[in-house]
Design a protein around this ligand. Structure first.
Ligand code: T5A
Length: 233
């Protein structure tokens, strides 16, 4: 793929949406602009669930509190359906054109939430992720690491909890343990970021990691005289 897929993961309220917007700003209007190729589709922001028209409907089904409890397997299959549509109809075409895609959640969320959280079989989840992605993996995944209680407190300040947020704390702690296990198992792909600081501090840490990655991905740009890979908050 010509483009790059940069994924943000973490527990509820870890700050993914906030940091994706900050990274997009840095890459389009800050010092990061000099480190990515000009032209093409540029920097694109998306999310799972809900990155496509079908996905928007699936997201509603997944997050609203419905009339009957959703079975764990139905939940798993709906997240997989959302991903299959997102990968084929949105991510692959954009990556083929050279886009830098910033994606809020991807396959690791299914391993952490449906695997570690719900207790569904890891092999089954790996198979479904393989079907849904047809082999597409992230170029880097930034895990925003934050204590569950801090993240949930942030989301509670926003108001009514969605269906996933309503799960008990033990569930969210298992999800957290899942993310940390994934980061330990895939150090080349996943980078843990301390998400407990101020928004600016977290953004700074992300810019440092991304400067390193972008210089590796696009070395010709990094060594241009005009390039100024200084973190910008
Ligand atoms: N899911 C998803 C699965 O179970 N399986 C899957 O395969 C997939 C793909 C998605 C749900 O679906 C589940 C996971 C989720 O439960 P969602 O609404 O997209 O639902 O949920 P989240 O991704 O968790 O989104 P949130 O908006 O809840 O969290 P974010 O995006 O991590 O956090 P953000 O940036 O919105 O910030 C939350 C609040 O904290 C403040 C912000 O201003 C905001 O109010 N904040 C900070 N406050 C203090 N210090 C900082 N550093 C802060 N950064 C942000």
């Amino acid at each position: 793929m010509k483009g790059k897929l940069i994924v943000f993961e973490g527990v509820e309220g870890a700050g993914k949406t906030t940091q994706i917007q900050r990274l997009r700003h840095w890459l389009t209007e800050g010092a990061g602009r000099d480190l990515i190729p000009a032209g093409g589709p540029g920097v694109v922001v998306t999310r799972e669930p809900g990155g496509t028209a079908l996905g928007t409907k699936l997201r509603r089904l997944l997050l609203e509190v419905g009339e009957e409890p959703m079975s764990d397997r139905a939940e798993l299959l709906l997240y997989a359906a959302d991903r299959a549509q997102h990968v084929e109809g949105f991510l692959r075409p954009l990556l083929a054109e050279g886009a830098i895609v910033l994606c809020d959640r991807f396959t690791d969320s299914t391993v952490a939430y449906q695997g570690f959280g719900r207790g569904l079989d890891g092999e089954l989840i790996a198979q479904l992720n393989a079907i849904a992605t047809a082999g597409l993996t992230s170029d880097v995944t930034l895990l925003l690491d934050l204590p569950v209680t801090v993240g949930l407190a942030r989301t509670q300040r926003r108001g009514q909890a969605d269906r996933m947020e309503q799960a008990n704390q033990a569930f969210h702690e298992r999800v957290q343990a899942g993310f940390r296990a994934l980061a330990a198992a895939h150090p080349e792909r996943m980078v843990a970021i301390d998400a407990g600081g101020s928004e600016a501090q977290v953004a700074q840490e992300i810019q440092t990691v991304m400067t390193e990655r972008l210089c590796l991905w696009y070395p010709a740009l990094a060594f241009r005289p005009s390039a100024s890979p200084k973190p910008l908050s």
